[in-house]
Design a protein around this ligand. Structure first.
Ligand SMILES: [Ca+2]
Ligand SMILES: [Ca+2]
Length: 88
């Protein structure tokens, strides 16, 4: 049983683009999709990076905070950038 779960987990990671075992990479919705249209635009990636850098407030794009802890970190940017591959 446990082995089955492990295989499913590995497959899910491969499908997600090999994001590692980070929790933010297991999102099923598009992380960083500020306007919720199902597509992550370059602009939305830029917005997420700007929020991480403190140039913009998280209010500009709540979706950039993938794990919902109130801050945007590099791993979340990575998850958003990877998600641009399948959220489009
Ligand atoms: Ca969008
Ligand atoms: Ca966060």
């Amino acid at each position: 049983m446990k082995k089955t779960f492990a295989v499913v987990g590995i497959l899910a990671l491969l499908l997600a683009g090999g994001c590692g075992d980070d929790s933010v990479c297991s999102m099923t919705v598009c992380p960083g999709d500020c306007n919720g249209d199902g597509v992550i635009s370059e602009e939305e990636v830029d917005t997420a990076v700007a929020i991480m850098g403190g140039e913009l407030s998280l209010d500009e794009c709540q979706a950039a905070d993938v794990d919902g802890d109130g801050e945007v970190f590099g791993n979340e940017i990575s998850a958003i950038v990877e998600a641009t591959q399948w959220c489009r």
